[in-house]
Design a protein around this ligand. Structure first.
Ligand SMILES: [Zn+2]
Length: 383
């Protein structure tokens, strides 16, 4: 099976993050076994999803990890001109959900397996496919922990998120909390005796606005200056609460997310947020003591810190000839690998602008550039 045939197969599995990815993972397992490779599956607690990792070639240190995710974002509410779960070739492009983000890279990585075995690589190619990347990079950390334990240490990780095959050495971190303000319901004509969860929640959201204003006004560090915007941001993207216009809201729930510049400390933001929560909660409890604010962590995607003379960056520059420096503002699993002491970089086919869109596509020229990359990587591992 060539990379294109594998891509067709991968796209046909409807692995939206809300459903199981086991059909896809089991297919990949069979494919690898067909080449004499024994992968390991790491299941979620419910047993409904799994990530997969495998060592291809000799069990020695110094190999390269190719990392991708198997899940895709939903197509509901999007106007597609073709069937999103069938790869359709048109005008030099491959249309389909996940062609760009990031089953195109997954297919290239899997197609490199027989190539590597035939070439007789001296250092291993390691395959790492996760789940639940699109809902906060939840699936990769348990897989990475297992890889650390059971596989010979790799010298570099290439995370194939769409980067137009450029070497992207840094990204912001992404951290989210869910806030549930538990207020007290009274008729709004007596609002001084109630605790309106929405109106107290707004005080926290206003704190997020102040964080953004202060960060925007500050002079960015040289690293921060490479990002757009060049500072850490706090954001509420969703809010829910209240029952009627004349009742003080009993409940209000919303998220507070941070996109963190590498090198900054998320704990400082977390502590500042919790301090503000305590202040607002004290105001609420002055009115009705049993009211409270509940904070639940939702996701934790560490930033990718550009490495000084990193092995992954050196390798990808050598293979692609890209010597410019690039950072991106979206989160990936690269920061999670780096957090576990891997040297990591992002490099994959396609443009992030096409990710998550209706009529998502991958340029065939990008897919071919990815194939050339894999051939060079296999040559490198055979040296
Ligand atoms: Zn992705």
């Amino acid at each position: 099976m060539d990379a294109r045939a594998i891509l067709d197969k991968l796209v046909s599995f409807q692995t939206v993050s809300t459903v199981s990815n086991l059909d896809l993972v089991n297919w990949v397992e069979d494919y690898l076994k067909g080449h004499g490779v024994s992968p390991t599956l790491v299941y979620n607690d419910e047993g409904t999803k799994a990530s997969l990792y495998a060592n291809v070639g000799p069990e020695v240190e110094g190999g390269v990890v190719l990392s991708g995710h198997t899940d895709v974002v939903p197509v509901e509410g999007q106007a597609w001109d073709t069937d999103p779960f069938t790869v359709t070739e048109k005008d030099g492009r491959l249309y389909g959900r996940g062609t760009c983000d990031m089953k195109g890279f997954d297919a290239l990585a899997l197609a490199a397996v027989p190539l590597a075995l035939k070439r007789g690589i001296k250092r291993p190619l390691q395959i790492a496919l996760s789940y639940d990347e699109e809902v906060g990079c939840l699936g990769a950390p348990p897989m990475i922990a297992e890889m650390r334990k059971h596989l010979p240490a790799a010298s570099a990780v290439v995370v194939g998120e769409p980067s137009m095959m450029k070497a992207v050495s840094g990204h912001k971190g992404s951290y989210g909390w869910w806030v549930h303000v538990h207020g007290f319901e009274v008729h709004s004509s007596l609002l001084h005796t109630g605790v309106n969860a929405i109106m107290y929640g707004v005080k926290l959201i206003e704190w997020a606005n102040q964080v953004n204003d202060a960060n925007m006004a500050a002079t960015p560090s040289p690293l921060a200056a490479q990002f757009d915007p060049p500072f850490t941001t706090a954001h509420t993207g969703k809010i829910w609460g209240g029952t009627a216009h004349n009742i003080t809201a009993k409940d209000c729930e919303f998220g507070i997310d941070f996109r963190l510049v590498p090198g900054e400390d998320i704990n400082a933001y977390r502590e500042a947020m919790l301090a503000r929560v305590a202040e607002v909660e004290a105001l609420m409890q002055d009115v009705v003591p049993e009211t409270r604010i509940e904070i639940t962590p939702r996701f934790h995607v560490p930033p990718l810190q550009p490495e000084n003379e990193g092995e992954a960056e050196r390798l990808v520059r050598q293979l692609t000839g890209d010597n410019a420096s690039h950072v991106v503002s979206y989160g990936t699993e690269a920061g999670q690998f780096q957090e576990k002491d891997y040297s990591a970089i992002i490099c994959g086919p396609g443009d992030i602008a096409q990710a998550h869109q209706p009529n998502e596509f991958l340029e065939i020229s990008q897919f071919e550039a990815g194939q050339v990359f894999m051939e060079k990587l296999v040559d490198h591992l055979a040296e």
